[in-house]
Design a protein around this ligand. Structure first.
Ligand code: ATP
Ligand code: MG
Length: 463
């Protein structure tokens, strides 16, 4: 991209020479013979950098700088002066100048300063972009009263720094809610650290949480900080807390009570300064009844209880979310945003979405990839709710050739679902039969959007 530079100087010779040098370097050049003319030009043009002379008869450079900053605070201005003194440079910088160049000008120096200023601007732009993209990803969408209530509760809970316990079915947005709480707290610029108690093998969870000292166990060749320590000053998100074992619960309780902890294998006591947000998709009161969750820990964690409603309880959000994901995945795939016809939206609204927003999101991603055309109608959409939603007969060797990634995902989905059903959704046994770690299986179940229709005796995702 050609960057535009505005040169402001009352000496025609300088304007001429500098213009020549900058155009040779590929810049687009604008010139103004004084401060007033520069301000006029800035009404119409937005140069990347203004090169501003300090000593000018009509309007002095420092005054011009102030006025530029008033109309355009983000404008990069580099000042130049022959009668330069340190004080002028300092004043210019205080008024917001990016840099200061002394006359007689060296073209190398001018080009270097311009290149730096422009790189810095590009980084700042990129940063703003990335931040906007992150904010978008963390936005809790939906217009239903239920989701509005949740957003209101988050707005209150966030700044309070109290512990929050989030409950809700699979895929409803518990983690999203936890991140939103962190974002709306005074700790937003500090780390948000997550630990998924269901995905980490029992034998590792304590060293993951509390860290370990060198020599604490075989393989502990170096000391390592745990996530509780990494979250210091920020937030620790204890995900799937219902899956934490009783011995670890006892340790966690002590940490919450004493606000201190020790790394595994070490006597040194560390102060804990992490805000705790926990989440569970199991009913913790049921777990307490069954003797699998400590009541005292529950009360410690449950200072502010939040429930993320299932999609079934806020059906009006289904088309809103569907359209959002159509737009987002269309953008990611570089294709036009597909339109959702009324009959397709109606079919989605009447479906039950046992896997909630995650299932909807995965489903829409498949639609974007697999449904040709610009409009999604009830007859062109993929079947809802069955493994076949990935596409009928996509694992069969007949029919159109599909991308390998899709075929593999379909095969994995079906194979894992069958294994889970065979082992009545017992994760440990299924993982063993498949020859993978429990954590890996958990991840696959999420990634592939696998969910079953558990009957009474088939408790999903319970070991
Ligand atoms: N209201 C919402 N608006 C936009 N995106 C959402 C919303 N709710 C959930 N999502 C998206 O759906 C996906 C699942 O959300 P998330 O991981 O927060 O759910 P969860 O309740 O933690 O799921 P699980 O119980 O499986 O851990 C994420 O990609 C998240 O960004
Ligand atoms: Mg989660």
């Amino acid at each position: 991209m050609t960057e535009t530079i505005l040169i402001v100087d009352d000496e025609p010779a300088i304007l001429n020479t500098l213009s020549g040098v900058l155009s040779d370097e590929g810049y687009q050049v604008l010139t103004a013979g004084g401060g007033g003319a520069a301000l006029d030009l800035l009404q119409r043009e937005s140069p990347a950098v203004v090169l501003l002379d300090i000593w000018m008869p009509d309007l002095d450079g420092l005054e011009t700088l102030q006025r530029i900053k008033r109309i355009r605070p983000q404008q990069t201005v580099v000042v130049m002066s022959g009668h330069g003194s340190i004080e002028t440079a300092v004043r210019a910088t205080k008024l917001g100048a990016y840099d200061y160049i002394e006359k007689p000008l060296s073209s190398d120096k001018v080009l270097l300063v311009l290149a730096h200023a422009i790189t810095e601007q590009q980084l700042a732009d990129e940063n703003r972009h990335l931040r906007a993209a992150i904010d978008e990803r963390f936005e809790i969408l939906g217009t239903s009263p239920a989701i509005q209530r949740l957003r209101d509760q988050i707005a209150v809970a966030g700044p309070s720094l109290s512990r929050v316990l989030i409950s809700g079915e699979n895929g409803t947005g518990k983690e999203l809610a936890a991140r939103a709480i962190h974002q709306q707290s005074p700790r937003r610029n500090r780390p948000f650290i997550e630990i998924n108690c269901a995905a980490i093998p029992e034998s590792l969870i304590e060293s993951e949480l509390f860290g370990y000292e060198k020599g604490a166990f075989t393989g502990a060749v170096e000391q390592k900080k745990g996530r509780l320590e990494l979250a210091n000053g920020g937030t620790l998100f204890l995900d799937e807390i219902g899956d934490m074992s009783l011995p670890t619960q006892a340790k966690m309780l002590r940490v919450l009570e004493e606000r201190e902890f020790q790394r595994v294998g070490g006597p040194k006591t560390h102060r804990m300064d992490a805000r705790i947000i926990a989440a569970s998709n199991k009913s913790l009161s049921d777990e307490i009844q069954r003797g699998r969750f400590r009541e005292d820990l529950f009360y410690r964690l449950n200072v502010i209880p939040l429930t993320v409603p299932s999609l079934r309880e806020r059906k009006e959000d289904i088309p809103v979310l569907a359209r959002h994901f159509l737009e987002r995945f269309g953008r990611e795939q570089g294709t036009a945003t597909k339109r959702l016809a009324e009959d397709a939206a109606a079919a989605m609204i009447s479906y039950g979405w046992p896997g909630n927003v995650r299932e909807l999101k995965n489903y829409i991603e498949r639609l974007v990839i697999m449904v040709p055309g610009d409009v999604i109608t009830s007859s062109s959409m993929l079947p809802l709710g069955s493994p076949a939603a990935i596409g009928p007969a996509s694992t069969s060797l007949d029919g159109p050739v599909r991308p390998l990634k899709q075929a593999r995902a379909q095969f994995e989905h079906d194979h894992i679902l069958r294994a889970l059903e065979t082992h009545r959704w017992n994760i440990s046994r299924t993982a063993e039969a498949l020859g993978v770690e429990r954590s890996h299986l958990h991840r696959k179940i999420k990634e592939l959007g696998i969910h079953g229709k558990p009957t009474e005796e088939q408790l999903p995702l319970v070991d």
